[in-house]
Design a protein around this ligand. Sequence first.
Ligand code: MCA
Ligand code: AMP
Length: 524
Amino acid sequence: MELRCAEPTALAGAPKECQSHAASMTTSNLVERFMNLSATRSAALAVIDDHEQVTFATLGERARRVASRLQSEGLAGERVALLCSQGSRWLEGFFGIVLAGGTAVPLSHLHPQPEQRWFVEVSRARAIVATREFSEHARTLGGCAVHQVEQLREGHARSLPVPEGNAPGLILYTSGTTGKPKGALISHENLDSLARLVAAAWQWRPDDVLLHSLPLHHLHGLGIALMVSLLSGSTTRVRERFVAQQLWDDMAQASVLMGVPTMHKRLLEAFDGAASRDRARWERNAARLRLITSGSAALPTTVGERWQTLTGSYPLERFGMTEIGVGTSNPVAGPRLPGTCGPVLPGMEVRIVGDGGRDAAPGESGEIWIRGPSVFSGYDDNESATREAFADGWFRSGDTATWVSGNYLKILGRTSVDILKSGGYKLSALEIEEALREHPAIADVAVVGVPDETWGEVAVAAVLLEPGFTLSEDEVRAWAKERIASYKVPKRVIVFDELPRNPVGKVVKPELARWLRAAGVGRP
Ligand code: MCA
Ligand code: AMP
């Protein structure tokens, strides 16, 4: 593949090494595409955030300066954590790290300090790149150096070698069936392929404007939304956080909206609660959008149908995962089947595999297995988890599904009772239990997912107390919030005298869920 760097006019001193790497480059490269865009789309707006509007040329130039400074600090090729506000500076930090051949480890301000410290430690990050507002806090996160993006981007840009496509560019932490989250190693090629395949399938155009308020420490916000839009040379309107009323107004200048089902539900609730004058304006705004997508969790058909009534189109649902990118997608043009995630995304391979590793017959269910260029290479420093996650080169998703209408994927559930999806975040019951067990008054705890209208599912903790202790729900939640992200903190904490157990003493979670329903927790 020919590697074309940004033209000197757009990026002064464009790296000569880029050309020399071109001959040996066989994989598609994230950095190459990003740098090309800063020349070919130089004057186009790449990002609009709450502070500024930045063109592709400026973004590219700033990222190269950040990379050059990181290089001179001895951080080329190293793992670097990123604690930045969402917007242009996040991208400058991210691309600065990957342009320097490093691996970015995005952190989130939604995590309390002990969790952030754990991510820094376990990822073996050598430094933290932070925006001004987070840099003081970042200094409390471990022994590594902290660099402020606003200062890094003030230096001079130097020549930089282009990293190989299979080099890890990103580590995203994802909750699993073990206590602590696992770090998914995502290569430049993985991200680039994801962006390419999704952009092609969703007919992305340079004049698209994506409305973005998803968190950037997860693949939906980072890869499926931001990278698809950015690497297509189009504009991304990034909001620091999701505010429904604001998004309705933002739609006036946007063409694509992506969200998790909880966001869609909240948007529609805000619409229903608004004054008729606002509703009329918002309805016009929504009608301008060419595409609304939903993912990360199942979209209730009632929510999808409301969007259809408002805009004329049912939201496009697709199946994605941190480890694989996007596996299937309903079509942009063509029938979208509510409650399904559509056919296989061109460029990917998806199977539904039943017992004994054979493909499930039509109408049968099985586990979703995926193969393709956006599938990650493995979990960081965790060979056994990586081995278990793959079978014959296929990634085993842990989701149970069936094909409907021939080739549309319908997700039926998960193979593990310990994985929850709440408002699009994957939560590990075991991780939450492990955190709660640290409380001196808690003798034992079991966490289960309970269906919920707004969040899809919420975590509920059933606890047994140490003799002589009392503990209120609020006390447990407040205590937990200092240790785990508040979106992981169980929405309800119920004290029991005993828990349903099997003969070997393990809590029988389906039975516990029934107990909770009997106690009035969760939908009947
Ligand atoms: C916030 N809270 C939550 C959640 N979000 N609790 C459970 N589940 C959640 N998802 C907590 C807050 O900490 C707060 O707790 C209380 O609920 C009320 O918060 P609120 O201000 O109403 O929420 P918010 O800040 O507006 O957040 C709602 C949200 C957010 C915008 C829907 O959850 C969100 O950004 N979700 C997206 C997650 C995502 O990007 N997943 C993608 C994973 P308290 O009051 O106690 O302090 S990647 C993936 O799944 C693959 C790749 C794919 O297919 O996309
Ligand atoms: P994560 O590990 O956070 O990337 O979440 C990936 C998981 O989200 C998948 O394994 C599915 O369980 C779920 N998921 C993603 N997209 C959808 C969807 N459109 N409908 C239902 N579940 C989904």
